[in-house]
Design a binder for this molecule. Sequence first.
Ligand SMILES: Cc1cc2nc3c(=O)[nH]c(=O)nc-3n(C[C@H](O)[C@H](O)[C@H](O)COP(=O)(O)O)c2cc1C
Length: 155
Amino acid sequence: MKTLLVYYSRTGNTRKIANTISESIECDIEEIVEKDKRKGIIGYLKSGYQASRGKAEHIEDSKYKISNYDLLIIGTPVWAGKMSVPVRTYLKKNMNKIPLLACFCTTNRSGIENTIEDMGNYVNTTPLASFGVKSSDIKNGTYKNIIEKFALEVI
Ligand SMILES: Cc1cc2nc3c(=O)[nH]c(=O)nc-3n(C[C@H](O)[C@H](O)[C@H](O)COP(=O)(O)O)c2cc1C
């Protein structure tokens, strides 16, 4: 299955998970980039506000064309119990082009189920596979087992 892995990361957790997935699954990988880097407390508060209201903002053009792939794996940090704004924007831009979908999220501790559901519902698709990783899973290394299991489900 030709696979594209797309993710957004503000502080590096989702990037770490995406890079680890790309070591187990043959795929093209792309980070969603925004002009606004959402730095500091203002960036944090704005992000939470926008995510809770389901807003979409400007993102840079993608390097890879989604219509060339059989499977999209999309990864987001949990923001206020939902997907992040840049990931919502990416899905909005590609709404009618989504092939099979698999998704993941990273969080401090809450919002995994809601966020996975948010992504699937937004594009009207039931994900083929999904998972969430907490900060504690990253610290203690459990995330590697979670990713191994996920890789088996999507290969
Ligand atoms: C605006 C904002 C809202 C967040 N909301 C939640 C939340 O509802 N629950 C939670 O456990 N963590 C929340 N977090 C923490 C992030 O989900 C977590 O640190 C994530 O792993 C960050 O990923 P990143 O490093 O790839 O940006 C929030 C972080 C931000 C910036």
